[in-house]
Each structure stands twice: as C-alpha cells, then as structure tokens.
Write a new protein. Structure first.
Length: 260
C-alpha cells in the first residue's frame, strides 16, 4: 500500500499521476484539512503533524509514503527520514528543468512561505538559478481557494493576477508550481499566462520517483485495479469533489473523517 498525505486536497494532483503510472497499487490518502494551510505554520507544528500522519499510514500498512505537500517536504521530510525506517518520497522544487529550458532567462516560482523558507528550496535555488533570474512569489489565498473547491471565476483570477502579473511583467517564460494545490488552478492560470508560458507541474516527476522507490522494494502490482481509501481531518466534501473528478467511480463510502 502507498501512503500519501498533504495539508489538504492538493496532494490529489500527485495521486492522479500515481494512479496513471501504477493503477494496480492500493493507496491511502490523508488530507489534513483541519490544519490547512501549512504555509504559515511553525516548523515544529509541521513536524508534529507529519509524524502523526506517518504513524497512521504505517499502521494502515503503507510500504512507502509520498509527502505530497511542498511545505511538509521542506519542513519535515528530513526529520521523517531520520526517525522512521519507511521510505519517503517528497516534492522536489522543479526549478532545475525550468532554469535549463528558459529562453527568456526569467523563471517564476509560485509557492507558500513555508516552501520558500525550506532548506531544500534554498539549496535548489543556489545550485540551478545562477544563470537565470528567479522571481519567487507567495501564492496568497490560492490554497484556501482550492480547499473551498473554488477553482475558477473572478475571485480566483483576481488572486492569480496578484501572484502572476509580477512574474509575467518581468518576462518569465516558465512558472514553477511549488504547491500541490496549484495544478487544480491550471486552467485559470493558463487564461492569464497565455500559451507561450510553460506551467511546470512537478507531480509527474514525483510519481515516477515513487514508482522507482517502490520497485526497489518489490515488483509493481499490475494484476488488478487497486483500492483507495481517503481520510480527512476536516470536511470531506471538497476531497470527495476533486477525487471524483479524477476518478468518478470512487464510492462516497471511501471517504472518512478522522482525528489524528
């Protein structure tokens, strides 16, 4: 079983890629919506939440855990790897491919405060951003919008203009989505960015890494259609809505509230 967790529903953008690559595997997804967003939270709080959810997933039978949250990866994955024997796959800032492919020499990164403060992002910035101008922008209000199921419309476009216009005006030809919630806003982003700007979603690469890690433990299961369980520490309605947009055959009984 593959465990997945996020501060909320954003990690479903990673789960979508995982089931495309490994449809025969079983999954357990935990949305910590009761404590979302993680971005403004302290490092100690994020480590505590990540540890509690990890223990829940291990008890459910997880063989590997995908930390499908950029902020939790930045703030807690080093701690998790040091304290648990299970393998973890985290979110990598997709700055390297954006920097290598940029023709304008300007790359935008849209993420949370927690991600920008994390050592992983700062190390990636130091390694791969020497030859491009990187414009870092906090996606104010975007996570909250997705958590409410508001993915399009004037309210979303206003938030996106505030976040994206400075990057576009500076000439960014790649915008890195540094939060797993943001891919659910890509249609709205595309209206603002146009077709010439590349929106870099790291989820497919993370799914490929999870497949590689699992294959080192045992053969990938392709003999049946896998099962999925969804748990939320908050309201399950938006979790149901977005998960069933990805796979409309999931029964509502697969979604449960939990206290972790």
């Amino acid at each position: 079983m593959i465990g997945i967790f996020d501060s909320g529903v954003g990690g479903l953008s990673v789960w979508r890629e995982l089931i495309t690559l490994m449809p025969g595997e079983d999954y357990v997804y935990v949305s910590d919506s009761g404590n979302c967003p993680y971005g403004p939270k302290s490092a100690d709080f994020i480590i505590e939440r990540a540890s509690a959810i990890t223990e829940f997933l291990i008890k459910r039978g997880a063989e590997i855990i995908v930390v499908a949250c950029n902020t939790a990866t930045a703030g807690a994955i080093a701690y998790l790897r040091a304290h648990y024997s299970i393998s973890f796959v985290g979110m990598e800032p997709a700055l390297k491919p954006a920097a290598l492919c940029s023709k304008s020499g300007v790359v935008g990164v849209l993420a949370t405060k927690g991600t920008f403060k994390g050592k992983l992002y700062l190390d990636t910035l130091a390694r791969f951003a020497n030859e491009v101008q990187v414009i870092s922008q906090v996606g104010e209000g975007l996570v909250e919008s997705v958590e409410k199921g508001i993915l399009e419309g004037l309210q979303v476009e206003t938030l996106l203009h505030h976040c994206m216009d400075p990057m576009l005006e500076a000439g960014a030809d790649h915008i890195v989505l540094g939060c797993t919630h943001y891919p659910f806003l890509m249609e709205s982003m595309r209206k603002i960015a146009g077709d010439k700007v590349v929106l870099v979603n790291p989820a497919p690469a993370v799914a490929r890494q999870a497949q590689k890690v699992l294959s080192q433990i045992r053969p990938i299961n392709n003999n049946h259609i896998g099962n999925i369980e969804f748990y939320s520490t908050g309201d399950v309605k938006v979790l149901q809505l977005l998960a069933r947009k990805i796979n409309d055959s999931i029964p509502l009984s697969d979604f449960q509230n939990i206290i972790i």
